[in-house]
Design a protein around this ligand. Structure first.
Ligand code: UD1
Ligand code: CA
Length: 463
């Protein structure tokens, strides 16, 4: 069997994106919480590309600095002299025998399966271009074929004749060809056209002249090859992307009350019989086990949700771990480092940060638990606050198993409640509360005998 050629990718991302009316370079705008350019880089990575070269221009440093984690080669195109010129900046970084795949940084939803088909069409030294038939081909380069149906050249909208404008097979811009061939054609590009640009598309006619076959491949759907030039197109592709995420979750056995009202901005791992109610937002790495219900308007970021957990409406979780069978919400907030060990009840207006909550413990109403190690089967009364910050440093609170705090208790850390300790309501705890005893720290209740309530003086005679 013939050894498959190595693939290297060039991503064009030097355009300004004027129509976005943004301070941010266009390719840094996001879909599904990930920049347009990152989408394309990750798709290229699925092809096991040898090198990925990104051609940047406008706002280049910002683009580079935002994507430092990506292993790509950055090349600057100082002046945007056309797509051919842009590719020419990148080719010196790529081996002559590699297949070069040209992608656009602002065409985010292209699928690796489509690109693999395109690459397959470069076998036997052919040039392969990705084309699609559009009802409205306005603005795109048109694919000109001869009477036998063989591709002859691409003509840009601005250079096209009446007859050519009527062609509705368009150039998506995405193409693949052997490095050596591409380089030889790029050297011969000229800019004598309506836009005074070096058109990459002119290499198609050169290939034909050199006797190199030109093959076409097609995407599975139009949305794959749509570019982002405006906020409106960005919003459209965001919906397309979210629709795909929702479909994928449903294929994995998730019930979505309304697939159009879910947003996934990251990677979600799901178990069986998960139900997501409307307007749930999942961000970052989210792991959801079997039989979990997530209610309306919850935002869950980088968190792990255990089996059987029920999250009622309006909860916000960020870097939290929720053990099995917990009940949360409505209106609970778990901040980074919140770890619920299981069978916990966390109720309304409860905020938990950097704390471990032992099995079966309940924090049901109007409470802040921060920097706390809480044992099992603890009951936290309404309005309990751990005062963990002295204005300079944070301190921890320790709460033993079966302890209980009365309503409106303030636990001034560092402080410790022993196992089965009980705090009376309104306690401001500044010293440790011993195990098994009732501790109360508040002004004693007194009743004043003989006290008289003041009475209103008579106004008669006064004016
Ligand atoms: C290009 C194609 C056209 C195709 C269309 C698909 C050419 C000459 N035309 O046209 O056939 O139908 O894409 O969308 O190739 N870029 C650079 N540097 C440059 C110029 C462009 O990096 O000097 C980048 C842009 O950022 C963009 C991509 O290349 O991501 C395409 O450029 P754009 O100007 O949008 O191409 P079109 O004129 O629309
Ligand atoms: Ca252009």
């Amino acid at each position: 069997m013939k050894k498959q050629a190595q693939v290297s990718v060039i991503i064009l991302a030097a355009g300004q994106g004027t129509r976005m009316k943004s301070k941010l370079p266009k390719v840094l705008h996001s879909i599904g919480g990930k920049s347009l350019l990152t989408h394309v880089i990750h798709t290229a990575a699925e092809l096991n590309a040898q090198h990925t070269v990104v051609v940047h221009g406008h706002g280049g440093e910002l683009v580079k600095n935002s994507l430092v984690a990506e292993s790509v080669i950055w090349v600057e195109q100082k002046a945007q002299l056309g797509t051919g010129h842009a590719v020419d900046q990148a080719t010196p970084h790529i081996d002559d025998n590699h297949i070069i795949l040209v992608l656009y940084g602002d065409v985010p939803l292209i699928q690796s399966s489509t690109l693999s088909e395109l690459i397959d069409k470069t076998a036997t030294n052919a040039l392969a271009i990705l084309t699609v038939h559009l009802k409205n081909p306005q603005g795109y380069g048109r694919i000109v074929r001869d009477s036998a149906g063989a591709i002859q050249r691409i003509v840009e909208q601005k250079d096209a004749s009446e007859d050519e404008l009527a062609i509705n097979e368009i150039n998506t811009g995405i193409l693949a060809v052997q490095g050596k061939l591409l380089k030889s054609w790029l050297n011969r590009l000229e800019n004598n056209n309506a836009q005074d640009e070096y058109y990459l598309t002119d290499i198609i006619a050169m290939a034909v002249a050199d006797g190199v076959a030109v093959n076409a491949a097609h995407p599975a759907g139009e949305d794959e090859v749509l570019g982002v030039n405006s906020r409106s197109q960005l919003a459209y592709l965001e919906r397309v992307f979210q629709h795909d995420q929702a479909e994928s979750l449903m294929r994995q056995g998730v019930t979505l009350i309304d697939p159009a009202r879910l947003d996934v901005r990251g990677q979600v791992t799901v178990g069986k019989d998960v139900t997501l109610d409307v307007n749930v937002i999942l961000e970052g790495q989210v792991v959801i086990a079997d039989d979990v219900y997530i209610g309306p308007n919850c935002v869950i970021r980088d968190s792990v949700i255990g089996e059987g957990v029920q999250i009622q409406a309006m909860c916000v979780l960020d870097n939290a771990v929720v053990g099995t069978n917990c009940l949360l919400g409505p209106y609970s907030r778990l901040r980074p480092g919140a770890e619920l060990k299981g069978d916990n009840h966390i109720g309304n207006f409860v905020e938990i940060k950097n704390s471990v909550i032992g099995v079966g413990s309940k924090v049901n109403h109007l409470t802040y638990i921060g920097d706390t190690d809480m044992g099992s089967r603890v009951n936290i009364g309404a309005g309990t606050i751990t005062a963990n910050y002295d204005g300079a440093n944070k301190h921890r609170t320790m709460i033993g198993d079966n302890a209980s705090t009365g309503s409106n208790s303030v636990l001034v850390a560092p402080v410790c409640l022993g196992d089965k300790a009980t705090l009376g309501a309104g306690t401001v705890l500044t010293k440790d509360a011993p195990k098994g005893k009732l501790t109360v720290a508040r002004t004693r209740q007194t009743t004043i005998d003989g006290w008289q309530r003041p009475e209103k003086k008579s106004n008669k005679g006064q004016k």
